[in-house]
Write a protein that binds this ligand. Sequence first.
Ligand SMILES: [Mg+2]
Length: 202
Amino acid sequence: MPARPDALLLDYDGTVITFDRRAAFAHARPDADEATLDRLARLDRERSLAGDYDRAALLGDDACERRFWDGIVEHTRPMAGAIALLEHCRNASIPVALVTDTDGDGRDKHARIAASGLADCFDAIVIAGETVPERKPSPAPFLHALDRLGARATHSVMVGDKVDADARPAAALGMRAIWLRGAYPGDWTPAVNTLDEVVAHL
Ligand SMILES: [Mg+2]
């Protein structure tokens, strides 16, 4: 087992938490039929994967988009093994930081994290695009999180569900980077299937 790390950095969406995208669309568009909800959820996933896009245009208007985000909050739950990993870190005195991208203009990601009930589990919360101007995969949010925790990159671990946005930029800084297999395609070693498997890497 490696030496205890200075810090653990975690991505948020798809890593610490997940949400039911289709249920959020049902919340946003209570008038929509099942086929429409399926289509909206599929398009949203595809366009989110490709980068930023205009969700309000997909949904019809800004009020729909606000209801979508309310729906996301309502249908958020911790990922499998997340609570076990966070409890392990607390018991082992390993500081934990979130390194997550902004939800975009006008969105309050801090509020979304607070609504999950998990905010107190983190010693630092870095919202890339807000806390620092640059989004992942820029090294800036990772370096900011390490700095906040007084942690050395070469003695810290990053876990996320996107190879390009999480694992690769962290590894480029000298961190041990672990890929959480999930919704996104990728190829990275080491990889885990659930977050509790990360404990063996700490
Ligand atoms: Mg993610």
